[in-house]
Ligand binder design. Structure first.
Ligand SMILES: C[S@@+](CC[C@H](N)C(=O)[O-])C[C@H]1O[C@@H](n2cnc3c(N)ncnc32)[C@H](O)[C@@H]1O
Length: 284
């Protein structure tokens, strides 16, 4: 009996050691990937990564394994997803004369904010601050956060040029300290934040002052040029945002089609008609 339990304990230890070793190997691969991706000369695509691994002389099976692992790691780990986003968006924000997004403030945010008395606003994933700087020039006290530091740098520069003051913070959706009853307005404009995750929704509701407004302007899949790699998520489901924010007073909702502030590729904006969902909700 004792011998059997010693054997079981040894097997368990071996299994644990193997899981730990596999995890350590994945962490090592991820770090190498990000280090490569952050190099200005690397082509930040899976095919670029494949060429890089081939050039390093890895066996074909190892190359395939690593190339297949990266998207899985990104999907399963929010920290990795944020790191990958930072690499991609930092590159974009560093690109002069980029054509991926408009520099104008978001029209939904502009129109809704005109109905409000300026107060404290939080810009979630502020990018290069096109919206934060606009609100700050209208008298709002704006804090914005983003994982891409190049965006934050431009936001600070643009605020200074506009003679406005904003607060920028480098943080992730999960890591930012939203506080409690702190904001008159929290907005999610073209972000991939977990806005239908019940725990996240609760955090945001808690962070709003009573009477405070939540705004979401969220693009979904292109209708005219659906990207083949697009995966349906909880957020894509019909009325998903309405359900997720049903604890608040919904003052505006539309599930419509139109041209996005951000295109899905650098091709012409008019070729990319999107499904767009907009929501405004008040904390009661
Ligand atoms: C499509 S851009 C939109 C930026 C801005 N809201 C706008 O409308 O111009 C998405 C932004 O989300 C940021 N982002 C992506 N993942 C993030 C994360 N996990 N935490 C914080 N920001 C993130 C990116 O760096 C990028 O600036």
């Amino acid at each position: 009996m004792r011998k059997r339990s010693v054997c079981a304990a040894a097997a368990c230890l071996l299994f644990t050691c193997s899981v730990v070793a596999q995890t350590a190997e994945k962490v090592r691969i991820w770090r190498e990937f990000i280090e490569w991706a952050e190099r200005p000369d690397s082509a930040f695509t899976l095919e670029g990564y494949r060429s890089h691994l081939n050039a390093q002389g890895l066996a074909a099976s190892q190359v395939d394994e690593r190339v297949a692992l990266i998207p899985k790691l990104i999907e399963s780990n929010p920290e990795y997803k944020a790191q990958a986003a930072a690499v991609g968006f930092n590159r974009l924000y560093r690109t002069p004369d980029q054509t991926r997004f408009t520099l104008q403030p978001n029209a939904f945010l502009v129109s809704k904010s005109l109905e409000l008395k300026p107060g404290k606003a939080l810009d979630v994933a502020m990018g290069q601050g096109r919206n934060a700087v606009y609100l700050a020039t209208k008298g709002w006290d704006v804090t914005g956060f983003d994982v891409a530091e190049e965006g934050l740098k431009i936001a600070d520069e643009n605020a200074a040029k506009a003679g406005a003051k904003i607060t920028t913070v480098r943080a992730t959706f999960e890591g930012f300290d939203y506080g409690q009853e702190k904001w008159d307005l929290i907005y999610f404009v073209y972000t991939d934040a977990p806005i239908v995750d019940a725990r996240y929704v609760e955090r945001i509701q808690r962070a709003l002052k009573p009477g405070g407004l939540l705004l979401i302007d969220r693009p979904f899949r292109s209708l005219t040029n659906p990207p083949p790699e697009w995966k349906e998520t909880e957020q894509d489901k019909v009325n998903a945002l309405l359900k997720a924010w049903s604890g608040m007073q919904i003052v505006f909702y539309e599930d419509t089609t139109g041209y996005g502030d951000w295109q899905q590729t650098s091709a012409k904006r008019e070729e990319y008609k999107l499904r767009i969902v907009r929501l405004a909700a008040r904390k009661m």
